[in-house]
Write a protein that binds this ligand. Structure first.
Ligand SMILES: Nc1ncnc2c1ncn2[C@@H]1O[C@H](COP(=O)(O)OP(=O)(O)OP(=O)(O)O)[C@@H](O)[C@H]1O
Length: 240
């Protein structure tokens, strides 16, 4: 198996608050790593560190064998690190297609002709093609989530970071989104997925990593992690 991403003893504090406390983890090519953890455990901060939105105080991050620790977010994006945000952040005054075009051109720096093709293909695969000319601000929650996914895919990521994409959806909608995420996985995209909707995560994840107070609480095969007494106690509030 080829390793795509590796974090080595990564630390981050905000003032006196230690939010990432010596995280080491790796993700193999084609793998989906699920991340669980209570509110405030430092999950989104971990994504910010991987995407380059913030820089670690200590530790290193390698991607495809290259040390990307010092690179800004836009350079990591061009190398193939794509992400969605917990709160969808489309340009609401632009259409769905234009939002995708911004991601493909400004984000991934694809030449315009290629960008049009990529946007078309991504909108088709995310079920948004018939909404292409609709303003992003007028979309339903499910379609906003799809657009969030589509915008990340338009940067043609090798690694896709999904931040709580299933939250707030009905059971039926979450299932539709999970099917789309499964299809992305089947195309070979490596993913890290932070998700509170555990059954959605379990439908796709090959491995789970549980964060608590910025540190690793458990890691391993999904069934083993879900049966771990510490995980049940800390994360799910159940007695072991
Ligand atoms: N830029 C920042 N400045 C100061 N504190 C921050 C900053 N970003 C995050 N924090 C704090 O770091 C802690 C971890 O936040 P983070 O968003 O990473 O947690 P999370 O596990 O993603 O939580 P949730 O599940 O609620 O989204 C929180 O206490 C948060 O308030």
């Amino acid at each position: 198996m080829t390793m795509l991403l590796a974090l080595n003893d990564v630390h981050k504090s905000f003032g006196a608050l230690k939010v990432t406390d010596g995280i080491s983890l790796s993700v193999n090519q084609g793998e989906t790593l699920g991340i669980l953890g209570p509110n405030g455990a430092g999950k989104t901060t971990l994504f910010n560190l991987i995407s380059g939105d913030i820089q670690p105080d200590q530790g290193s991050i390698t991607f495809g064998g290259t040390d990307i620790s010092g690179l800004p977010a836009h350079k990591r994006c061009r190398l193939g690190v794509g992400r969605s945000y917990q709160v969808p952040q489309p340009y609401s005054g632009l259409t769905v297609f234009e939002n995708c075009l911004v991601a493909a051109t400004a984000g991934a720096q694809l030449p315009e002709e290629e960008a049009y093709v990529v946007c078309h293909d991504v909108l088709q695969s995310t079920g948004l093609l018939n909404k292409a000319n609709q303003l992003a601000g007028s979309l339903t929650l499910l379609n906003r989530k799809r657009l969030e996914l589509a915008r990340a895919l338009c940067t043609r990521p090798k690694l896709l970071l999904l931040d709580e994409i299933a939250g707030g959806l009905t059971e039926h909608e979450a299932k539709a989104l999970v099917d789309e995420i499964k299809a992305i996985k089947a195309r070979g995209v490596t993913m890290i997925w932070i998700e509170h909707v555990v059954h959605a995560l379990l439908a796709v994840a090959d491995r789970l990593f549980v964060l608590n107070f910025g540190a690793r609480l458990a890691e391993g095969a999904p069934t083993d992690v879900m049966n771990d007494p510490e995980v049940k106690r800390v994360y799910m509030g159940l007695d072991a």
